[in-house]
Ligand binder design. Structure first.
Ligand code: HEC
Length: 204
C-alpha cells in the first residue's frame, strides 16, 4: 500500500477506535508515520498535515465532539481573526478576481516558495454563467452581487467569509483564504470585485 493510502486508512481507523474507546491508537500511529516518513518539498510542508490548530483538531475529531455550542465557540473565535481592509476599500478589479478564481495553483510541492497562489473558487462554486466547468461543493455564486447588493453588511460578511470561512460555519470545507495566508489582501479585493461589481460577469 502506498504511504498516503496507509495513512488515510489509519486515520479513518483512528476515528473509529476513538468512538469505541478501545484498541490501539491508530490516529497517533498515523500521525507518527506522517511525521517520520513524509518530507517537506517547497511550500508543501509536512507540518501542514501533522500540526493542526485547535479548530482543525475539533473538526477532525468524531462528530460526537461537535455540538451547537462547540460550533458557536469555533465561529466566535474565528470571527476575531478576520482582518478587514484598513483603508475601507473593499473592491479591486473583477478581471483579476476572475483569474484568481480560475487559478488552482499554489502551495504544491512543484510550486516555488513564495509564489502567488490562486483561489480555485470554481472548484467548488459556479460563478459566471458562461463557464461550464465548476464544482458544486459550495453554493452557486452566480449573480451574487446582483442579488445581495453592496450594503456595508454584505461587504463585511463577504470579506469575512473569504478571509475565514469558519467564522460563519464551523468546520466549513471552504479554505480560510486570508487567515491561512493563501490569498493576499489585494487578491481578496479582486475576488470581492468579481462577486460584487455590477460590471462583473458574475452579475450579468
Ligand atoms: C473546497 C471548496 C470551496 C472552495 C475552493 C471555495 N469555497 Fe466558497 N464555499 C464553500 C462552501 C461549502 C460554502 C457553503 C458554506 C460553508 O460551508 O462554508 C461556501 C460559501 C461561500 C460564500 C458564502 C455564500 C453565501 O451565500 O453566503 C462565498 C461568498 C464564497 N464561498 C466565496 C468563495 C470564493 C470567492 C472562493 C475562492 C477564493 C471560494 N469560495 C472557494 C466551499 C468552497
Amino acid at each position: 500500500m502506498r504511504h498516503i493510502d496507509k495513512a488515510v486508512a489509519l486515520l479513518f481507523a483512528g476515528a473509529c477506535a476513538t468512538a469505541a474507546a478501545a484498541g490501539p491508537d491508530y490516529a497517533k500511529m498515523a500521525h507518527d508515520m506522517l511525521s517520520s516518513d513524509f518530507r517537506s518539498k517547497g511550500p508543501a510542508t509536512v507540518e501542514r498535515v501533522t500540526q493542526q490548530d485547535e479548530v482543525q483538531k475539533i473538526c477532525s475529531a468524531q462528530p460526537a465532539a461537535r455540538s451547537k455550542k462547540v460550533d458557536a465557540k469555533i465561529e466566535a473565535s474565528q470571527l476575531k481573526t478576520i482582518v478587514y481592509p484598513a483603508d475601507g476599500v473593499w473592491l479591486g478589479k473583477w478581471e483579476e478576481g476572475e483569474k484568481i478564481a480560475q487559478n488552482g495553483r499554489g502551495m504544491q510541492s512543484s510550486d516555488a516558495v513564495g509564489s502567488v497562489n490562486g483561489g480555485n473558487c470554481y472548484a467548488c462554486h459556479q460563478l459566471r454563467k458562461d463557464e461550464i466547468s465548476f464544482g458544486n461543493i459550495g453554493p452557486s455564486l452566480y449573480q451574487y452581487g446582483k442579488l445581495r447588493g453592496q450594503s456595508a453588511e454584505i461587504m463585511r460578511y463577504t470579506w469575512g467569509k473569504i478571509f475565514n470561512s469558519q467564522a460563519f460555519k464551523a468546520c466549513s470545507s471552504m479554505p480560510r483564504f486570508g487567515h491561512n495566508g493563501i490569498l493576499t489582501e489585494a487578491q481578496i479585493r479582486d475576488v470581492m470585485a468579481l462577486l460584487l461589481d455590477p460590471a462583473s460577469p458574475v452579475n450579468q
